[in-house]
Design a binder for this molecule. Structure first.
Ligand code: ZN
Length: 148
């Protein structure tokens, strides 16, 4: 079981692309961590928050945990808003951030050798879902709520 560390320097470099099937395994580990009672307030977790460095995060979207492997934000609203956000790496140290109202994200849903469809899919998220997606995509780029 992987625990969330509290070492900001470990989450300030960019994560690396990963093979899809390895990403699925990492996502399962991340979700196991989020389901631990001590992390009951978690709504998202990126691989570098548990000491890894791959482009994988999990997020609770409309009450359901989802895995995002090799994700990229490919479009976002012009409209932004300011809000106060927390982060599992910085317990009890929320910070003010600016977020886009909606984002479109591309992420991998099939291995390269899969014969049943596209490797990547595109999804659009709004509101709370868009906020957690932006927070976690920031993490994969080495950005967090205190260095943004
Ligand atoms: Zn965070």
């Amino acid at each position: 079981m992987k625990f969330i560390h509290n070492k900001p320097h470990l989450i300030e470099s960019e994560c690396e692309t990963i093979y899809y099937t390895d990403g699925v395994k990492i996502a399962k580990e991340l979700q196991m961590t989020c389901l631990m009672p001590k992390y009951k307030n978690a709504i998202g977790l990126a691989h570098n928050q548990v000491g890894g460095n791959k482009r994988v995060f999990v997020a609770k979207i409309n009450g359901k945990w989802r895995a995002f492997i090799n994700p990229t934000i490919i479009n976002k609203s012009d409209e932004t808003y300011s809000t106060v956000e927390g982060c599992m790496t910085f317990p009890n140290k929320p910070n003010k951030v600016v977020r886009h109202s909606w984002v479109e994200i591309e992420h991998q849903v099939n291995a390269r050798n899969s014969n049943n469809g596209n490797m990547f899919t595109t999804e659009r998220f709004e509101g709370d879902a868009a906020q957690v997606i932006q927070h976690e995509c920031d993490h994969l780029g080495g950005i967090h709520i205190h260095n943004k």
